[in-house]
Design a protein around this ligand. Structure first.
Ligand code: PBG
Length: 331
């Protein structure tokens, strides 16, 4: 064996793994707080800071808590937040979604007052606001694509008017990026970017989120509009269409079970790609960690590194604050 080595007949891959310094020097993927977007749930009321049972460490907060939240994020060098709202009432048309004094609109203003440089992204969807819990309008028992577009566009424009830096439609209606782009332009927001949830799968990994945002469909499910998990080529079509309609950033969601889709999208398209490390992925790590079955921080960093290695430019993750802290302490 030694003879083979001396003759150079096999390579010594281990040479560059011998110390932390060597490993750092040749690391192909490096995480930074700049990679992260922190998702956050905002709710009516005051002095609310309510932990979400299936997402330990994540909270629903009221507007008066935003200033402290904004400073914490800025202090951790996290560039962006993604907002979800819990409305004071729900109705079939999801009217608080596009109300200029709705919960998300107020939260946007509070963030922009506290930390004008923090990028505020808003989730554009109706499911948290509709009494039936679907992402669009129901006509004859079905989510009606075209009738939902106008309300989604109104929501996006209302968010832009409140000061949102990016709007992020997550509803999966066909044509919504085009209609939102048109309406933003018509309302004098030609410079507001769209981050489209382009390849969004009908996933069981959203379970904890639906508890957090109270957005579980009251009948049926989302398989009639979100993507079917077996399909990857179709994801590329969705992404291509969204870019054609005017999306500035496209997204693959969830992240972990769809890293192949992320890599294929990376190879095919040159726009920035976001990956959403969703609520179920967060909950699994936290639950296993709480049982002492895994090393939570190491598993988390491995997951986030994998998402970046697969091709994500932007990682939306509930781990953003923890990971930013760990990255800082590691130096
Ligand atoms: C709204 C929306 C959902 C998520 C983001 N936006 C839920 C859904 O589509 O049911 C899920 C995020 C997560 O699980 O962390 N449509």
């Amino acid at each position: 064996m030694l003879d083979l080595a001396t003759r150079g007949e096999f390579a010594r891959h281990r040479r560059l793994r011998r110390s932390e310094g060597l490993r750092r020097l040749v690391a192909e993927t490096r995480l930074s707080p700049s990679d992260f977007v922190y998702p956050l749930f905002v709710t009516h009321g005051s002095a609310v800071r309510e932990e979400i049972p299936s997402m330990p460490g994540q909270f629903r907060i009221s507007i008066d808590q935003i200033e402290a939240e904004a400073r914490e994020l800025a202090g951790l060098d996290i560039p962006a937040v993604l907002l979800f709202g819990l409305p004071s009432h729900k109705d079939p048309d999801g009217s608080e979604a596009y109300d200029d004094s709705g919960i998300v609109q107020e939260a946007v203003r509070a963030f922009k007052r506290a930390t004008p440089d923090l990028v505020v992204i808003t989730d554009v969807c109706l499911c948290e606001y509709t009494s039936h819990g679907h992402c669009g309008i129901i006509v004859n028992g079905e989510v009606d694509n075209d009738r939902s577009l106008d309300l989604l566009a109104r929501t996006a424009v209302s968010h832009a008017r409140a000061g949102a830096d990016i709007v992020a439609p997550s509803d999966m209606m066909d044509g919504r990026v085009a209609v939102i782009r048109d309406e933003l332009d018509a309302a004098d927001f030609p410079s507001t970017p769209i981050m489209a949830y382009s390849a969004k799968y009908a996933s069981a990994f959203y379970g904890p989120f639906r508890e957090a945002a109270d957005s579980t469909p009251q009948f049926g499910d989302r398989r009639g509009y979100q993507m079917d998990p077996p399909n990857a080529r179709e994801a590329l079509l969705e992404i291509e269409d969204d870019i054609g309609e005017g999306a500035d950033i496209v997204m693959v969601k969830p992240a972990l079970a769809y890293l192949d889709v992320l890599t294929r999208a990376r190879d095919e398209f040159d726009v920035p790609i976001a990956a959403y490390n969703v609520s179920g992925e967060y909950a699994m790590v936290r639950a296993a960690e709480a049982n002492g079955w895994i090393d939570g921080p190491r598993v988390t960093m491995e997951i986030l590194t994998a998402i970046k290695r697969a091709g994500a430019d932007v990682i939306i993750t509930y781990f953003a604050k923890d990971a930013a802290r760990w990255l800082r302490n590691a130096r």
